[in-house]
Design a protein around this ligand. Sequence first.
Ligand SMILES: N[C@@H](CCC(=O)N[C@@H](CS)C(=O)NCC(=O)O)C(=O)O
Length: 311
Amino acid sequence: MSDLILHHYPTSPFAEKIRLIFGYKQLAWKSVFIPMIMPKPDLTALTGGYRKTPVLQVGADIYCDTALICDVLEHIGPKSTIYPDAVKGAARIVAQWADSALFTAAMAYNFQPAGVAQVFAGAPAESVQAFVADRGAMRGGAARMSSADAAATYKSYLRRLANMLHGQDFLFGAQPCVADFAAYHPLWFTQERTPALAGILDATPEVKSWMVRMQAIGHGTPDKFSAEQALQVAQTSTPASLQGEVFQDEHGIALGSAVVIAADHFGLEPTEGELVAATRTRYTLKRSDERAGTVHVHFPRVGFTLKKASA
Ligand SMILES: N[C@@H](CCC(=O)N[C@@H](CS)C(=O)NCC(=O)O)C(=O)O
């Protein structure tokens, strides 16, 4: 199998979710750092427009969104499962809640003025303004939750996590599963990036002890890699065969059609290409790029919209 290449940056919470799964599954991977804000020309040469962090590349296959990346890593490293049979429906549902509701409340809390001061300590004012403008545009101009609302919501959510951890080491039992990795990453940001605000965790000691266990999982074996090397890998690889993929049509859009896929909220940058697969769980677009060659870009169905490209 080709190397696992993660396009990410160190302070990205969603990237921390995936880095820890590399650790849990004891995987070796290549680490490509991408910019925190647009433009991201080396990344979008691979994805065709999608700009969120992280993105997983395996040869000429590009996987967008951590929910899909989790599925891909489970397939590659099935031994330490992140979807234990007895709890896999509930674990996925809690993971989705954590990646949306918990993440939104925690990040609104983390980005109150005391947190911003820590995150951007020493950075020039223009970088701060550029970051604020970039994320504001991703939210379509909508305001973040107020820090008071965020604090109240975050505290409630932390208590719910503490309830789940009562009498067990991880959210669904003795081993971590996808829900643990998803719930951990926004809290990790509070603890690591905005320690001035991390006192919010003190009211839930079960959560704090669980965070120590999560952190101990580590990041597997990363190896530095450049964006140029990653583009070269894509250019010289052939996308994995799609033979045997069962087509499930929900949109009246045939395989072979020119389509556009975009996230259904926050960061709507579209990717356009030829629809070459649409399974129960994911879409695959084929596209060609001068620098990346022919690639297959994969998206989960949940959280994304599929439309015919306008002629
Ligand atoms: N649903 C996405 C969310 C990813 C996400 O929102 N990542 C943040 C960083 S942690 C992001 O993309 N921020 C803007 C950016 O990095 O350009 C996933 O699960 O991968």
